[in-house]
Design a protein. Sequence first.
Length: 116
Amino acid sequence: MGLRPSLAESVFDGGLRRAQVAQARAAYDLSVDSYRQTVLAGFEQVEDELVTLRVLEKQAVIEDELVKAAREAETLTLNQYKAGTVPYSSVISAQTTRLNSEETALAVLVNRFTQA
């Protein structure tokens, strides 16, 4: 006889169990959606960083070419100075250009390391 009231209570719970199950499912769905958003945000961030690295790589190639050209120009200007065809201020200007190019190339390299 002691089982009958508890059986009746569990059968006629007024929809409480159904509501609890629905609540648990809703909480689960919310957790899954939150996790999915976190994963998608992570993928987006990685993709953005990869694009940045590619851009910096291209920029580094360009800067290296500019450094090479500035070094050649400096060498030519120094040879012209030694030959007496240009003033020393031209050598200083060529050296300044080379130094600025090297500093820019170094800044791009530091940026690449930082992003990586």
